[in-house]
Design a protein around this ligand. Structure first.
Ligand SMILES: Nc1ncnc2c1ncn2[C@@H]1O[C@H](COP(=O)(O)OP(=O)(O)OP(=O)(O)O)[C@@H](O)[C@H]1O
Length: 644
């Protein structure tokens, strides 16, 4: 297979330039694509590759597909570098345009001038794992339309399961059958070779096998396992992982597999049987399902699952020990738990296949939602999860998870306690679906609905689609909010923090300007910046900035005295940003001087950008002999040097 694919990818005159590699779950498509990518790379013929992964923050959707490939082309193909770089420099917004525009401008147009060069291959694996059937179809159409009838050196290989909506595009008028299809064949011989090699490795490596005669297993047993696999690798790879467990005797584990596989004729029945056998052989099965449900829906480390489900430390690792043939439980405690293969997740989500191990039942999902909401409402959450990187933060995925549940009144009291700091910064696109979901709960409390109606209105401010009724003299609180949001460009959680307000105060101020009736003449539309310009005079803005800076300084001093390091880091960030917009004001200067020097060093430790911003502001006072300016220059000098 690899030989055929390589030959096609390097053929100077193939009949068609797009190849679809298809095969069922676990047939070995990704394995083939990975090896092919390495081989083409070694021959200097790989233009780029993209491996989709279902649910992954960046690899789970098509947003970055073409930009990533263009970037790889620019890095790896010298004759494309200048043209691709120039396009991005001239129009940086190209990377957020439609798939078709990105594909045409970033990839096919720069290549067209080089039709006579040797071919370069672009490999896209797991298209069916890209979020949204529409996106998958759109990607295929974009590739075809931008390359149709235009000689160019690109060869696309797209691998996916043979899903009907993907096949539909290849069969449609867009392609007119002009693509090559390539079935990842069943290969009994390959699976036999693989199993034989792995069994002899296990025999060699396991102490308990020293006295077992070879060949192990007998050729009858090997034939039976190969037959059950139907020539697909996933079955073979999973039994090897199951048998190769240092906590058990391989002979016993093989007996468990053989017993479980009795009576299953088809490969996928056999795979289900195998998954069932693995789960049945784990201890404390009832406690497994909530853990599997958590891992199936969120990216979590074992310690985070312990916290979430309120288990004793280390319990998740203990419970999952028997599942290492289907789960990846990284020894590094910072890494998340993942499934070895997507087919196990498909199995767990399908009740008719996984029965009492199914994780997608409403009761398990509602229970998981309750655990999350409870955790997010507690201080424990902040302490334990603050370090987690943005794309992985579970609260990012919490609202979509909630709105996919059946409307459930039992969640309302917990939703009422949701902390807006956790979800406002990143999730505001999901507020409307959340409101509609709440409205579908027949007995949802009215004040909860009103709260989310207000959040939807507040989120329109985040998304620059705000409507505000015209007012002649805005209150000083409203002016502060407008300056923090529209001038300093803070997100609403930071606006609340720098102004020292509660969410309820912020809500009252923002919602007080919501137009009750649609009267175009009496309304200002647009971003907070636009509204600010309409309502707050220029000179006033800078003095509001000064007040905001003064408040930040006071909170830093207090935070330092209280030993609250975590909040202090945010406060320094706010302060450094606001300084850039502040007038040169002696009051502010002397207030800044009141910050203990050790707090300055601690708060800024190594954050060069913030140091630069503050240094610039201090330098604007112009007198380097001032005590603070001198301290700053000396104390921060080494860090400023590091930057160069
Ligand atoms: N030639 C091979 N030798 C050894 N193991 C293999 C081989 N091909 C596949 N495998 C193993 O089989 C399992 C399934 O393979 P792979 O993920 O490539 O399947 P796939 O067709 O891409 O599945 P899906 O459509 O679900 O993504 C993996 O654990 C992989 O490591």
């Amino acid at each position: 297979m690899l030989g055929d694919l390589r030959e096609w990818a390097m053929d100077p005159h193939p009949k068609t330039t797009i190849l679809w590699l298809f095969g069922p779950a676990g047939a070995g498509k990704s394995a083939v694509m990975q090896t092919l990518a390495h081989q083409l790379q070694d021959s200097g013929r790989l233009g780029g590759s993209f491996f989709f992964k279902r649910g992954h923050a960046t690899r789970g959707n098509g947003k970055t597909l073409f930009a990533t490939i263009a970037y790889q082309l620019a890095l790896g193909v010298p004759w494309l570098r200048t043209s691709i770089s120039r396009i991005v420099e001239d129009d940086p917004s190209i990377v957020v345009r439609s798939f078709e525009t990105q594909m045409r401008r970033l990839i096919s147009e720069p290549c067209r001038a080089h039709a006579d060069r040797h071919s370069v291959a672009i490999l896209i694996d797991g298209l069916d794992e890209c979020q949204g059937h529409d996106s998958q179809q759109e990607i295929l159409r974009a590739m075809r339309r931008s390359c149709f009838n235009q000689p160019n050196p690109l060869r696309f290989i797209v691998a996916s399961r043979p899903e009907p909506h993907i096949r539909e595009v290849f069969d449609s008028a867009v392609y007119l059958g002009d693509y090559r299809s390539f079935n990842v064949e069943q290969s009994f011989d390959d699976v036999r070779t693989y199993l034989r090699d792995e069994f002899s490795r296990i025999h060699r490596e396991h102490r308990t096998m020293a006295k077992s005669p070879l060949p192990w297993p007998s050729s009858d047993v090997l034939d039976r396992l190969v037959g059950t696999s139907s020539g697909h690798f996933i079955y073979a790879a999973t039994i090897v992982k199951f048998i190769d467990d240092k906590n058990y005797r391989p002979i016993q584990r093989l007996a468990v597999v053989l017993e479980g596989s009795q009576g299953s004729e088809l490969a996928f029945d056999a795979l289900d049987q195998l998954y069932m056998t693995i789960l049945d052989s784990a201890p404390r099965q009832a406690e497994l399902v909530p853990i599997l449900c958590a891992v199936a829906n969120f990216d979590l480390t074992a310690a985070e699952v312990d916290q979430l489900l309120e288990l004793a430390d280390g319990e998740t690792r203990l419970l999952l020990r028997g599942l290492h043939s289907v789960l990846q439980l990284p020894p590094n405690h910072q890494r998340v738990i993942s499934f070895h293969h997507a087919s196990f997740l498909d199995f767990l989500n399908n009740r008719t296949r996984s029965h009492n191990f199914c994780v997608s039942t409403p009761s398990h999902r509602v229970h998981l939602a309750q655990c999350f909401l409870r955790l997010c409402a507690s201080r424990r959450y902040q302490l334990a999860w603050a370090h987690v990187s943005q794309p992985r933060r579970p609260q990012r995925h919490l609202i979509p998870f909630l709105t996919a549940l059946p409307p459930s009144v039992e969640l309302c009291p917990l939703i009422e306690r949701m902390e807006p700091d956790h979800f406002f910064a990143q999730d505001s696109d999901n507020f409307e679906p959340m409101l509609s979901w709440l409205k579908r709960i027949p007995s949802a409390p009215q004040d909860l609905i009103e709260l989310w109606e207000d959040y939807v209105y507040m989120s329109s401010m985040e998304r620059n689609t705000w409507s505000v009724k015209k007012i002649n003299s805005p209150s000083s609180e409203l002016c502060q909010v407008l300056v923090a949001k529209g001038f300093l460009q803070y997100g609403l959680p930071s606006v609340r923090r720098v102004l020292g307000m509660t969410w309820s105060e912020l809500r009252t101020i923002i919602c007080s300007v919501q137009p009750k009736i649609a009267n175009e003449e009496q309304t200002v539309h647009g971003s907070a910046e636009h509204v600010l310009q309409a309502l707050v005079p220029l000179e006033m803005r800078r003095w509001i900035c000064r007040d905001i800076a003064l408040n930040c300084i006071r909170r830093i001093v207090k935070g330092y005295a209280d030993g609250d390091e975590m909040d202090a880091a945010d406060e320094w960030f706010d302060l450094a940003r606001v300084f850039r917009a502040c007038p040169r004001c002696p009051i502010l200067y002397s207030e800044f001087q009141s910050i203990p020097r050790s707090a300055m060093k601690l708060g800024l430790s190594g954050n060069l950008i913030l140091i630069e911003w503050i240094a610039e502001w201090l330098e604007s006072f112009g007198d380097p002999t001032l005590e603070l300016g001198a301290f700053w220059t000396h104390a921060m000098l080494p860090m400023r040097f590091q930057r160069f």
